[in-house]
Design a binder for this molecule. Structure first.
Ligand SMILES: Cc1cc2nc3c(=O)[nH]c(=O)nc-3n(C[C@H](O)[C@H](O)[C@H](O)COP(=O)(O)O)c2cc1C
Length: 383
């Protein structure tokens, strides 16, 4: 099959890798209504295309965000255990983002260390922090991120407890992996993934291993990982992190306009409107809808990112039109590496870039315009 869309990549990924691995990243929380809601909101959003704008030649897809000029208005959202999609997926995605001129957010439960990912993508990598149960680990992760040269810290706010992911529970997917007969059959039916994973070693929590007791087995590492979801993060702690972190600080997982306004008032550099890709609270609003409300509350000029459900260049443009300064995508990047291996990471960047340029031309834009104004360029506008 020729892979020409993120939907194709997803279909190919589903066939190529074991079901428990695919479901781990494809699935959402509860009945997966939140997951569907992200897509429904994007499907319902339409453009008001303008015609007779000369869009011949290269279109300008650059975007400035948090003090940097990026070649693209979108990047890779943080994803834990990305190596479930394909071995060394984190490194492949970091490298692809670096060469595309886009941000890559290294996750706390990444399968490669934050130091290695910053070496791989020195101009692109940001670090995403889970504030776990133990302050000593959180504090050390922040110090390590600074020492590794990260200039942007993304604090995730929407995981006070892990989401209830029914697919994982049905599949018996938990760490450490307990290989029952069904899982073994699943592995045998997907030998390319099984062999590649065997060769590379099982997915790890590369940032957290050092905090486990010496000689601790995978079970206690899994417990350590579980302890990275905690309800300890509150406004007081966020203020402390703000005071300690000299670089840019992003608060990810905000859905309520009042929370965004409060974050802005505390000197948080940007808010990332997100429902965690429908993986946490099933009855969360669609990211796109929440974005509109948050933009209305914070006004123009306050930096907002968004993620959740974007699967095409048109979706990215819709999110920008709805008030985002920047867009992040999660699963499409994992579908790509699961479908095509490490080169899939570059391929999906190229695919989304082409689709974005096409959507810009179709809606009559030579460049990405200021936030919230893009869908209806004035007739007299110089484009
Ligand atoms: C497999 C997987 C792992 C994730 N792990 C993290 C994580 O470690 N930290 C985090 O802040 N968000 C995490 N997320 C949420 C993403 O950063 C992002 O909010 C979401 O995937 C966006 O939705 P999309 O996948 O529909 O594009 C994860 C998402 C997936 C799919």
């Amino acid at each position: 099959m020729t892979l020409i869309s993120v939907d194709d990549l997803r279909a190919c990924a589903r066939a190529r890798i074991p079901r428990f691995a695919f479901d781990y990243f494809d699935g959402g929380a509860g009945a997966e209504d939140g997951l569907a809601r992200n897509r429904d909101a994007l499907r319902a959003a339409l453009f008001a295309p303008r015609v007779l704008v000369n869009t011949d030649g290269e279109l300008d897809t650059t975007r400035s965000f948090l003090g940097r000029e990026w070649a693209l208005p979108f990047g890779v959202a943080p994803m834990g255990l990305a190596a479930m999609a394909w071995p060394r997926a984190d490194v492949a995605l970091a490298r692809a983002a670096q060469s595309a001129g886009a941000p890559y957010v290294a996750s706390t439960p990444a399968s490669a260390s934050l130091e290695a990912l910053s070496d791989t993508a020195p101009n692109s990598a940001w670090f995403q922090l889970y504030v776990g149960k133990e302050a000593r680990i959180t504090d050390d992760l922040i110090v390590r991120a600074r020492d590794a040269g990260y200039d942007t810290l993304v604090v995730t706010a929407d995981v006070p407890r892990p989401g209830k992911r029914r697919r994982d529970l049905h599949n018996g997917f938990a760490l450490p992996l307990r290989l029952g007969p069904r899982m073994l059959a699943d592995l045998a039916a997907h030998p390319a993934w099984a062999l590649a994973t065997l060769r590379a070693g099982a997915p790890r929590f590369a940032n957290l291993e050092r905090y486990a007791a010496p000689g601790a087995g995978t079970r206690s590492l899994a417990e350590l990982m579980a302890a990275q979801s905690s309800g300890r993060l509150d406004w007081t702690l966020l203020e402390r992190i703000r005071a300690d972190w000299r670089g840019k600080l992003v608060l990810k997982g905000v859905l309520h306009p009042d929370d965004a306004v409060r974050a802005a008032s505390l000197g948080i550099d940007a808010v990332q409107v997100s429902n965690h890709g429908g993986r946490q609270l099933d009855a969360a609003p669609a990211s796109l809808e929440a974005l509109r409300a948050v933009r209305a509350a914070v006004g123009q000029g306050y930096p907002l990112a968004v993620d959740g459900g974007m699967r095409s260049g048109e979706d990215i443009l819709k999110a920008l039109d709805a008030g985002a300064d920047f867009v992040f995508l999660g699963r499409p990047f994992l579908y790509a590496v699961a479908a095509e291996g490490p080169t899939g990471a570059d391929a999906v960047f190229a695919m989304l870039r082409d689709e974005l340029a096409q959507a810009m031309a179709q809606t009559g834009r030579r460049r990405l315009q200021a936030v919230g104004t893009a869908s209806l360029p004035r007739p007299d506008e110089t484009v």
